[in-house]
Write a protein that binds this ligand. Structure first.
Ligand code: ADP
Ligand code: MG
Length: 621
């Protein structure tokens, strides 16, 4: 019988390979831009016509190619970036597979012009569907220009499948942004149908984000930095209030390469838990730097899906660094206290945008500094709900420093409140207005506070939920909840479902100060309750906590410890509709600002709404 196996001709093999690398015009843009970056370019120009179906041209000022290399680069598996299998573990360039250009020129009409700095003349090559039509010397400046015309002209079926121009252009913009974002040291220009769509000067990562996504982003970005042996994380997250329902800007770069990774996305999402409503997505631009050998970028031709050697550790580090950054962001309310000049500025019409002031000396593991700003008060005289002194922060910090990664400048933040509290207590007055006048309750629901730059409205119930939640979470972590023994232990009978849940939660409840024993047959005996429970009605408390727990579990998908702390906080918090006196309000505010996250309640709802004088004045225009 005749043999039937043939080797495919190169141009056919290249066309097949092109199917993997070149899916659409945007893939060409990606490969050409990456090559320019690898060539050390400091300026890159991208020209796109007819959504990349007509022309994609990339011009760079990189190192250029020799006359031989300009031919070699068209061959499959031709690369200057690796030499042997060992090198695969130490990839520091964007490309290395040596197949992009071979694939692209197999399905287009290409023209490549290149000149090295020391060569007098450059070289020009014309290739149609892998066939070199001509090569000749040419003049020009240092660098490379590659034009790809009529993509897929020789594969009509592929060309037919391209989407309408607006969609293909969107894909190109996405690719451009992914590369331009993480190379802020390179100047980029992008022309679409003859118009300059992007003009990006070189600068910092922050400047690059702002120049791509708009000036609004400047206020939203919160820096993230963490350096460990396994991975260094840097970049920015957007403040939680800018989280969106639609998946917006979410960027991970591993060693300057844009990557998609659902697992790591979850790490960020997890860090934002409780701060953003369910179904919302945080915005982030995070760069991971790690040893090239600690990740495998070889698993997909477009190299956007990569594997990490120690993915779990990377996950944990990302999560904690984002949490830390979010903690630092919690100084936002303090801006209002510190922005003494804002009012003056507003009057002169020159209001500056408040920046995030992050203390560069902040060390989350240094507890001496942080506790110095905390005042211990015995609130029990004011309200039994406050019978635990505000030492939860300190104790959390001592026993669980990793958990508490927030940086709040307590001294400054509380300064104004300290004064107010002292004034309220002593009945003294401040020169302009009494402290009394600075805090008002509205509709038995909100607390209005006058601050230097304007005013703040605080939702009393959510605020107290936050305060108690953090306290309980701390007690849970340390098992430090104090029980108030009941004079007459109480028997409670539960339905089988609730009884099961209560048994499941029993160890945690004990940590929080519940003294409960299982009597069997869905019956329990309660001997003591957490000491800060205001109205110790056992069945009601237990029923309420279990009901909240179930609801939070289905609606918010909170983790068990978080859920339990929140459920008890909900049950025990001051409710909307309760009249508060001045001291109670002051105490509440005071405790709120000692929290790790004073801005949102544990369900991610806003606690504070602030209005600057400037905004108020606008309302009267
Ligand atoms: P890879 O990038 O994986 O090496 P490519 O097919 O994209 O493979 O490119 C092949 C080779 O062509 C590169 O290794 C590089 O040496 C050269 N090359 C491609 N584009 C440029 C450019 N813009 N400037 C200088 N050299 C380039
Ligand atoms: Mg390449």
């Amino acid at each position: 019988m005749e043999n039937i196996i043939n080797l495919l001709p190169d141009n056919v093999a290249n066309q097949i390979a092109a199917g993997e690398v070149v899916q659409r015009p945007a893939s060409v843009v990606k490969e050409l831009l990456e090559n320019s970056i690898d060539a050390g370019a400091t300026e890159i120009k991208l020209i796109v016509e007819d959504a990349g179906k007509g022309l994609i041209q990339v011009i760079d000022d990189g190192k250029g190619m020799s006359p031989t290399d300009i031919r070699m680069c068209l061959e499959r598996h031709a690369t200057s970036k690796i030499k042997n299998a060992e090198d695969l573990y130490y990839i520091t360039t964007m490309g290395f597979r040596g197949e992009a250009l071979a694939s692209i020129v197999a399905v287009s009409e290409a023209e490549i012009k290149s000149k090295r700095a020391d060569d007098e003349l450059g070289n020009l090559v014309k290739v149609h569907a892998s066939k070199v039509l001509k090569q000749e010397p040419c003049s020009g400046s240092k660098g490379t220009s590659i034009s790809i015309k009529n993509l897929f002209y020789n594969i009509p079926a592929r060309r037919k499948f391209l989407k309408k121009n607006s969609i293909e252009n969107r894909h190109i913009i996405d690719q451009f942004e992914r590369i331009a974002l993480v190379h802020p040291d390179v100047k980029f220009q992008y022309y679409q149908e003859g118009e300059e769509l992007f003009h990006l000067q070189n600068g910092t990562f922050r400047q690059r984000i702002v120049s791509i996504f708009g000036k609004n982003f400047n206020d939203r970005l919160v820096p993230v930095t963490e350096s460990t042996d396994i991975v260094s994380v840097s970049g920015f997250i957007c403040k939680p209030e800018y989280a969106r329902k639609t998946r917006g800007e979410q960027y991970f770069f591993a060693n300057n390469r844009f990557i998609k990774n659902h697992y790591l996305h979850h790490a960020v999402q997890h860090a934002f838990e409780e701060l953003i409503p369910k179904g919302h997505h945080p915005t982030y631009f995070l760069k991971l730097d790690l040893e090239p050998s600690a990740m495998d970028i070889n698993i997909h031709p477009t190299k956007t899906e990569i594997k990490f050697e120690d993915e779990k550790a990377v996950y944990a580090i990302i999560r904690s660094s984002v949490k830390k950054a979010l903690g630092e962001h919690n100084i936002t309310p303090s801006l209002d206290f510190n922005r003494e000049t804002t009012f003056d500025d507003a009057v002169t019409g020159d209001a500056g945008i408040p920046g995030i002031s992050v203390n560069p000396d902040y060390n989350p593991f240094d507890n001496t500094k942080k506790s110095s700003g905390l005042r211990k008060m015995d609130y029990s005289a004011v309200n039994p709900a406050y019978s635990t002194p505000v030492d939860h922060w300190e104790s959390l910090l001592k026993n669980n420093p990793e958990e508490v990664q927030s940086h709040v400048d307590f001294e400054e933040l509380e300064n104004e409140f300290v004064q107010n509290t002292e004034l309220v207590k002593s009945g003294e007055q401040d020169s302009n207005s009494t402290a009394d006048e600075k805090i008002i309750q509205l509709h038995n629901r909100f607390i209005i506070i006058q601050i230097k730059s304007g005013m703040m409205l605080i939702d009393q119930q959510r605020a107290h939920e936050r305060v108690l939640f953090e306290r309980y979470l701390g007690q849970l972590a340390q098992g430090s909840g104090k029980a108030q023994q009941l004079v007459f232990p109480e028997n409670i009978d539960l339905n089988p479902n609730d009884a099961d849940l209560l048994k499941e939660l029993m160890p945690q409840l004990r940590c929080m100060g519940f003294d409960i024993d299982d009597f069997g047959k869905n019956s329990f005996i309660v001997r003591g309750l957490p000491s800060d429970i205001v109205q110790p009605n056992c069945p009601e408390i237990i029923d309420g906590v279990l009901a909240n727990y179930r609801q939070n579990d289905t609606e918010l998908k909170l983790d068990a410890r978080v859920n339990l702390s929140y459920s008890l906080a909900q049950k025990n918090a001051i409710k909307t509709g309760r009249k508060l006196d001045k001291i109670e309000m002051q105490m509440l505010i005071d405790e709120l600002f000692a929290c790790e996250n004073p801005n949102y309640n544990p369900a991610g709802k806003k606690i504070i709404v602030s209005q600057s004088l400037e905004e108020l004045l606008k309302g009267f225009e």
